[in-house]
Write a protein that binds this ligand. Structure first.
Ligand code: ADP
Ligand code: ZN
Ligand code: ZN
Length: 835
């Protein structure tokens, strides 16, 4: 892997006359520019520069390397200006970029685009917004002032427009100064639903913060029962009268949600000076105040020996796979390791799937690491991401970064520890756009560069990682019991086929499941119902002729969204009104079909009308806030039942969940994909892990028409090793990963014939090189997206073959195809290690 780094020459070039520059264009190469005399000796790899590209365009790019080799093929143009005094991308980052471009077969420009927050990129179409609140402290140079006035008048403008207006060849350096002065902001910085939000908090008014006056207040409310009720609820929410007396705050809307029509009563209480309200900036992931930093928890003997084993693995320079059942205390072990790394003066990276990066985990880490913790989330506004980036680049306060996939791109300087939590998660892989990288695998490469200790943690290891254990590439550490003897849940398998035959199913619920739900509810405990979404989105169907409304641009049926009463395409976002009559036969018999979470929510609500139900799926969690609200609402007992998709399987810790119901295991198991069993096992085991609390064993009910299915048997006996053994044998027999590697090539064009011809031609070329390792072309499950017709070719090759050699041969075949005039506009997308 290291040989591809050789091109990188880390020189602050003394008299280097040429710079190779990464530009954000989809061409697979670096571009050489001339270093003007005045910059000799001042440039280094990782600095941003502005250059002209093509006839008129100006682009900002990153210096990749400096050298003295005059290109023979073309006349070089000079660098126009330099944006940074020192590099904003480190050499170790550039090395990872280069590895990624090579391994994932994309361009360095694509990696550059993915790696930097927008605020650091300044492309010519980047929109620059005037900041209304800006007040200049000192006089500005004339040109700067002109540009600022221009922006103030227009509110916003693009960099290329500003260039035109100012007559400057490049205004980048001025924009950069204005950004630093806070006079302007870059477009995406405004996008954030993640700017600090204000929320209203209530606390007890000073007037009533003693027992006598509080009693008087109660007396005075005797004729206002609603206000009395609300005041009582308020006191309850603070945790009691004495807590309330200390001024403890309660979120206004939370209080309002606890009683119907309570807003008027709350406002009356404020008028009467019994409650006071304050507005406060809150940031959902950063709310927790850290009064005193917590010490790490003392580990149990089992946890402690797992920690020692882990350290041994680190000493052998091996990544460690921590296979610990749910709630065994893996996170506590991570915290110990991070603590040790920080004490050694090192940085730590804690990677999590996006959906698992919740307030629960940030608060937990914040309590230990306080100001040293930085959080890097893709849903953060761009300026928050720039802040984290710069904090690390300048070695300021952050020592540990808790982040999602893209945090592998951050400028670490002394990364001693990498933790990849939930390492089996598919969402670590980026599907679109390029680079289509797997953050776990990139993290391992990052770790090699820094010689970091790497820990992969999970309750359900991926087959690939466990295989690496078997081959002594990773060291295995196990935690087999839950913390404090919490028991693993009891798993009951219900045969739905039999129940159906006996006509005992009530829509999607077996009598056993309903019985258990009813019992849990009467014991004031909570229930999670899991419905895997795949293929179950609700859609419309004509009962007379079978017509189904489909997307105009894609080959998929439209999904029905109840709250907006619209049909929406989940691939391209196209939306349409719900037709009153069938578009094919005009009969008015359009019915809602499907078995989505919405449907389950509705039905369970009819069966248990008194239960309060929340639903967690793609639709209800579109905003980060929606997601957090559902979690915290469920945590605080506002809901009795949570209906959800795989989102509910992600590392959440709920205290009162005694029952988990898996509504339909068959659908997961029958998915036509060689990973279907692996994913099914992981999902069932993970969602089962949500059941049970201290001192009380939880119950899991799995509904299936095939109770004897080997995967279900392994979930039931919690026997990962046996499950793995079966899987690995199958993978070997049918030439699947980890024994073989896979690459998908997707061929796209608006014209179906063109797509097909190009695909056939490319497949022919590939076959002449790789023979039977080529499968297809085949029409993928969804064969038209956004008006483009798709074909797919799969390349399956032996693990021992050299990946870089294979990829080079593939690239040659692709280039040869695209060189053909007829297929010039065909797109070929390369997905290495697809999931
Ligand atoms: P996992 O990450 O394996 O799912 P956690 O680390 O979240 O497990 O532990 C489950 C629960 O048990 C958490 O509430 C955690 O705080 C608690 N816990 C685990 N280990 C300890 C310990 N050594 N001391 C105190 N509490 C612990
Ligand atoms: Zn569509
Ligand atoms: Zn019809």
């Amino acid at each position: 892997m290291n040989d591809c780094f050789l091109r990188l020459i880390p020189v602050r070039g003394k008299n280097m006359r040429y710079a190779d520059i990464v530009l954000p264009v989809p061409l697979p190469k670096l571009f050489t520019y001339e270093v003007p005399n005045e910059y000799h000796g001042t440039l280094a790899a990782g600095q941003r520069v502005v250059v002209s590209f093509g006839k008129k365009k100006l682009l900002s790019g990153i210096i990749f390397s400096l050298h003295n080799n005059k290109p023979e093929a073309y006349e070089t143009k000079p660098i126009i200006s330099i944006l940074d005094d020192k590099p904003i991308v480190t050499l170790s980052q550039l090395k990872v970029w280069e590895w990624m471009a090579d391994y994932y077969q994309c361009t360095l420009g694509e990696v550059y685009k993915a790696a930097l927050p927008s605020g650091l990129k300044l492309e010519s179409e980047t929109r620059i917004f005037y900041n209304d609140e800006f007040e200049a402290e000192t006089e500005m140079p004339e040109k700067t002032q002109q540009i600022l006035d221009f922006l103030a008048a227009k509110k916003y403008s693009t960099i290329s427009e500003i260039n035109q207006f100012s007559g400057l060849k490049s205004c980048h350096h001025i924009i950069k100064q204005l950004i630093e002065l806070d006079a302007v902001v870059v477009n995406e910085q405004l996008k954030g639903s993640w700017r600090p939000k204000t929320e209203v908090f209530l606390s007890l008014h000073n007037n009533v913060r003693n027992e006598n006056s509080l009693r008087d207040a109660f007396d005075s409310l005797s004729r206002a029962p609603k206000q009395l009720e609300v005041l009582m609820l308020f006191l309850q929410s603070t945790g009691g009268v004495s807590e309330a007396m200390t001024g403890k705050e309660v979120l206004k809307k939370e209080l309002a949600s606890k009683a119907v029509n309570s807003s008027t009563a709350i406002n009356e209480l404020i008028k009467k000076e019994m409650l006071v309200q304050v507005k406060r900036n809150v940031d959902r992931l950063l709310t927790s105040k850290i009064e005193n930093v917590q010490k790490v928890k003392t580990l149990s003997p089992e946890q402690d020996s797992a920690l020692q084993e882990t350290l041994k693995g680190f000493d052998e320079n091996l990544p460690v796979l921590l296979h610990g059942v749910t709630s065994s205390g893996k996170t506590e072990i991570y915290i110990h390791l991070i603590d040790q790394a920080i004490k050694k003066g090192q940085q730590a990276l804690y990677l999590l799937p996006e959906i698992a990066l919740t307030t629960q985990i940030t608060n937990r880490l914040k309590a230990h690491f306080g100001e040293k913790l930085g959080i890097y989330h893709s849903k953060f506004s761009d300026d928050q991401r720039v802040e984290v980036y710069n904090n690390l680049l300048n070695n300021k306060s952050y020592r540990v970064i808790l982040g999602v996939r893209s945090s592998v791109f951050l400028p670490f300087s002394n990364l001693g520890l990498i933790i990849i939590d939930e390492e089996h998660e598919n969402s670590f892989k980026q599907f679109d756009p390029a680079p289509r990288y797997h953050a776990r695998d990139v993290a391992l490469v990052l770790g090699q560069g820094f010689k970091s200790s790497v820990l992969l943690g999970t309750a359900t290891p991926s087959i690939e990682s466990y295989y690496n254990v078997q081959n002594n590439k990773y060291r295995l550490v196990e935690l087999t019991t839950r913390f404090e003897g919490m028991m693993m849940p009891e798993i009951i398998v219900v045969n739905t086929r039999e129940a159906q035959r006996k006509k005992m199913m009530q829509s999607h619920f077996s009598p056993q499941l309903l019985e258990h739900i009813s019992e849990a509810l009467s014991n004031k405990q909570q229930v999670i119902l899991f419905q895997n979404r795949r293929g179950f989105a609700p859609f419309m169907e004509c009962m007379s002729c079978g017509w189904i409304p489909k997307c105009k641009h894609c080959d998929v049926s439209l999904t029905y969204h109840k709250h907006i009463h619209q049909l929406i395409c989940h691939y391209c976002g196209y939306s349409s009104n719900v037709h009153a009559t069938c578009q094919a036969c005009e009969s008015p018999t359009l019915n809602l079909k499907g078995f989505g979470t919405q449907k389950i929510e509705e039905e369970i609500g009819q069966i248990f009308p008194d239960a309060s139900i929340a639903r967690m799926d793609y639709d209800t969690t579109r905003s980060r806030k929606g997601y957090e609200n559902i979690i915290s609402g469920f945590e605080q007992g506002e809901y009795n039942i949570l209906v959800g998709t795989q989102m509910v399987t992600k590392g959440l810790d709920f205290d009162r969940v005694s029952l988990v119901g898996i509504l339909n295991a068959d659908q997961m198991l029958n998915h036509p994909d060689f990973r279907a069993f692996e994913k099914s096992f992981q999902m069932m085991a993970q969602v089962s892990g949500r059941a049970g609390r201290k001192h009380k064993r939880g119950t899991v009910i799995i509904q299936t028409s095939d109770p004897e299915h080997p995967v279900i048997a392994k979930v039931r006996s919690n026997n990962y090793a046996a499950f793995y053994q079966e899987q690995i044998e199958e993978r070997e027999q049918f030439n699947y990963p980890p024994f073989y590697r896979i690459i998908h090539l997707t061929i796209k064009h608006k014209n179906q014939n063109v797509t097909n011809q190009a695909a056939n031609y490319l497949a022919g070329l590939l076959r002449s090189v790789f023979g039977s390792r080529i499968l297809g072309p085949q029409v993928p499950p969804v064969n038209r997206i956004q008006d483009h017709h798709l074909q797919r070719i799969m390349i399956k090759y032996e693990r021992k073959a050299s990946p870089s050699q294979v990829k080079k041969l593939i690239r040659d075949c692709i280039n040869q195809t695209l060189a053909n005039e007829r297929w010039k506009y065909v797109q070929i997308v390369n997905d290495v290690d697809p999931l």
